[in-house]
Write a protein that binds this ligand. Structure first.
Ligand code: AP5
Ligand code: MG
Length: 215
């Protein structure tokens, strides 16, 4: 099954992706995670992406499209499909990906749209903590680690993302409205979108996602 997961910053894409990957044996491809790995490694791509990401702006399409294409072409194991988290998020990305994937085994089967009022997102973003080592996602209130600042899964230190600031969040929300909403309309016209109420406790959101993937 080939799945796209879409939603605003902090809507819970990464949190649901971890569960989907565990249950459905798909390749998780998060463009945000890939960019952050490139930044950590100090690559030229990472250095360029960082100038946009730190401000909350989208990385230009030509960079992102080429990166995703390369990533998909070099997957070591195709597994049962893919889960794209955070891509495509502009209309040009959606069209480029459509040209690449349609009428092939890579064609999109379903688009999960995580819906939540923007007003709820500041709390999610400000309370998020991530594991430096394994990427596990926590929230200081909604999903705390057992020991403060330490990952339950691997024992590494937790950190806050550099773009998880109020200023960056405002820009990310504007980018979402201006650039990513049209992508949802693009897939809506193809009849692929499943709407999920993401403004519920994590287990309730998960139950809705499982239901949507069964249909
Ligand atoms: P990206 O990493 O994709 O960030 P984002 O879209 O802003 O989304 P987040 O990762 O912040 O949130 P999420 O929805 O994954 O939420 P999470 O599950 O962590 O992109 C970052 C940047 O990279 C972009 O701004 C851009 O610059 C660049 N980029 C990436 N892709 C690009 C592309 N295609 N084109 C161009 N540029 C691109 O959850 C958030 C918090 O809420 C956590 O603390 C979690 O524990 C908590 N939480 C989750 N679900 C619930 C729940 N149901 N109830 C309570 N708390 C919850
Ligand atoms: Mg994420």
């Amino acid at each position: 099954m080939n799945i796209l997961i879409m939603g605003g910053p902090g809507a819970g894409k990464g949190t649901m992706s971890a569960k989907i990957v565990e249950q459905y044996n798909v390749n998780h491809i998060s463009t945000g995670d890939i960019f952050r790995e490139e930044i950590s490694s100090g690559s030229a791509l990472g250095q360029e992406a960082k100038t946009y990401i730190d401000q909350g702006l989208l990385v230009p399409d030509e960079i992102t499209n080429a990166m995703v294409k390369d990533y998909l072409e070099h997957l070591p194991d195709l597994k049962s499909g893919y889960l794209l988290d955070g891509y495509p998020r502009t209309l040009d990305q959606a069209k480029a990906f459509d040209a690449l994937s349609k009428d092939s085994a890579m064609a999109v089967d379903v688009v999960i749209a995580m819906e939540i009022p923007f007003a709820a997102l500041a709390e999610r973003i400000s309370g998020r903590r991530l594991c430096k080592s394994c990427g596990a996602i926590y929230h200081i209130h909604a999903n705390p680690s057992k020991q403060e600042g330490v990952c339950d899964v691997c024992g590494s230190a937790l950190y806050q993302r550099k773009d998880d600031t109020v200023e960056s969040l405002q820009v990310r929300l504007q980018e979402y409205t201006r650039q990513t909403q049209p992508v949802l309309d693009f897939y809506e016209a193809k009849g692929l979108v499943k709407h999920i109420n993401a403004d519920q406790p994590i287990e309730a959101v998960w139950a809705s996602v499982v239901g949507a993937l069964k249909d």
